[in-house]
Design a protein around this ligand. Structure first.
Ligand code: SF4
Length: 492
């Protein structure tokens, strides 16, 4: 492959991008340094997870030969694969092949009685439709390169697996039939992508494909910015309804005529946006009256490792590793409790102890989107038998602040969302997350997983800084709830 072919050549990931959108593929190939393609912490966490799952899959084969050469050394990888196969290797990892301007590295190639099985490793819990073309392009290249490959499999994580027995961590599913069905269309698809990449940026209309099967990183280039209070921000509105409203000539929620049928929440939103005023229903006082002192404002942070690491856990099971709790006494005094696990040991006994200490004397526990906190408490109850009854009792006493806000209050700055990150800046504007290094949950979760379970060793100072940032973030969430309840009481 010449340097130019290598630059514009296809790989299995480029091929699947091309199936989603030719324009996206063109940008990815011709603007590889585009700022949109810089992996953020979320994407880095996905890459790390994929790497760990890939290594764990390889460990299921005792006699595999890994083609371990630099990523860009395509010729070297292809030649090393040919040598390994000629030497009779039973299993080859990262087996590299190229044909017709397409380079693929098969996760696992397993010699069988007749030919080979191509095994694609995925860190998902199921086979998804979008996996099939990924395997099909590999099978096409392998066969074109002269290899006999009668079988294609997807090896993915099994949801029934429970630590510490990881013998059934993976399941191998035969996808040969689906892949064979797709195979005849692959050559013309490849030709189409090569031709497109040799020309100017193609014109592709936006549509559902921009987020299906994956979010396109170039969405901001293609989608025009929406006006404030666009009808798509209407609470609970479905995509189809948005299209109907736009087609009927309504762009913003304030333009909607009274005849349009709306839920009570959406109707309150329209009223608030039209007047530009905060709306608080008279029933708010009654809803808040069930919050009795002392009040424990509770927030957990979790990690959900693909490969379970603590007893009883399944793949991707959310495990509480951090908790923040502000306890407010009847006289308004505020006491803060926090716990953040250290190292890779089972964090749950420490989290459970901290929660019981913090919340034991509270008359009401308050959380925002409390289903999550209840699940965390039940998870802790299962994992820490000594605290089981007390933790289950706490889970029964958690009151959810989210529906209280959603069903009684709307501020035009909510933008149709009742998440804490939308509600707080509007109702408690002096309490923002702007000064925090970690300011949203997905990033906190990625950082927590890296801190507790990551392969990259953090220096002492990095660990201290990360812990500081994580503690500050979780503390802000519970302080935010304290301030939010104060504000709601003032409104009521
Ligand atoms: S935003 Fe949509 S149309 Fe634009 S490149 Fe991405 S997928 Fe293609």
């Amino acid at each position: 492959m010449s340097p130019e072919q290598r630059r514009t050549g296809l790989s299995k990931s480029r091929f699947t991008v091309g199936l989603q959108c030719m324009k996206q593929l063109w940008w990815r190939v011709h603007e590889p340094d585009a700022p949109e393609l810089e992996p953020g912490p979320g994407l880095e966490a996905i890459f790390e997870r994929g790497h760990l799952v890939g290594v764990a899959a390889q460990e299921r084969f005792s006699d595999g030969v890994l083609i371990d050469l630099p990523h860009e050394d395509i010729r070297g990888r292809v030649e090393a694969t040919a040598r390994a196969l000629a030497d009779g290797a039973r299993v080859v990892f990262e087996a590299a092949f190229t044909d017709g301007g397409v380079f693929v590295a098969a996760d696992i190639l397993e010699r069988q009685d007749r030919g080979f099985a191509l095994v694609e490793v995925k860190s998902t819990l199921d086979v998804k439709d979008c996996h099939i073309p990924d395997v099909a392009v590999q099978l096409h290249v392998l066969r074109q390169a002269g290899l006999e490959v009668p079988r294609a499999e997807l090896m993915h994580l099994k949801r029934e697996c429970r630590h510490p027995d990881l013998s059934n961590l993976f399941v191998r599913e035969d996808v040969t039939h689906d892949v064979e069905n797709l195979l005849p269309s692959i050559p013309s698809r490849i030709d189409g992508m090569h031709r497109m990449l040799g020309g100017p940026l193609p014109d592709v209309a936006t549509g559902p494909h921009c987020s299906d099967p994956y979010e396109c990183p170039f969405a901001n280039r293609c989608w025009p910015p929406l006006s404030d209070h666009h009808v798509s921000t209407l609470y609970g509105v479905r995509e189809k309804r948005v299209s109907e409203l736009v087609e009927a000539g309504f762009e913003t929620v304030s333009q909607l005529p009274d005849a349009v049928e709306l839920s009570p929440v959406a109707a309150r939103q329209v009223r608030s946006v039209r007047t530009g005023q905060l709306v608080a229903e008279p029933e708010l006082a009654q809803a808040l009256s069930s919050i009795l002192s002392p009040v424990a404002f509770l927030d957990f942070e979790t990690v959900a490792p693909a490969i379970p690491v603590w007893p009883g856990c399944r793949p991707y099971e959310a495990v509480p590793v951090q908790v923040s709790c502000h306890v407010q006494m009847a006289d308004g005094r505020l006491v803060h409790h926090a716990f953040l696990a250290e190292g890779g040991d089972d964090p749950r006994p420490g989290v459970a102890r901290a929660v019981l200490e913090a919340c034991g004397g509270a008359a009401t526990l308050v959380a925002y989107g409390a289903g999550f906190e209840r699940r965390c408490l039940r998870h802790l109850a299962d994992a820490v038998p000594a605290g089981r009854d007390d933790l289950l009792a706490l889970s029964e006493r958690v009151l959810d602040l989210h529906p209280i806000v959603r069903n009684h209050v709307y501020h035009p700055d909510f933008g149709g969302s009742f998440s804490l990150k939308s509600v707080l800046p509007a109702l408690v504007p002096d309490l923002s997350y702007d000064d925090l290094a970690i300011a949203e949950g997905a990033l906190a979760s990625a950082r927590l997983e890296s801190l507790l379970l990551g392969e990259v060793a953090h220096s002492g100072e990095e660990r201290r800084a990360l812990r500081r940032d994580l503690l500050a973030y979780c503390e802000r969430d519970t302080l935010g709830m304290v301030r939010l309840v104060e504000r709601l009481r003032a409104l009521a």
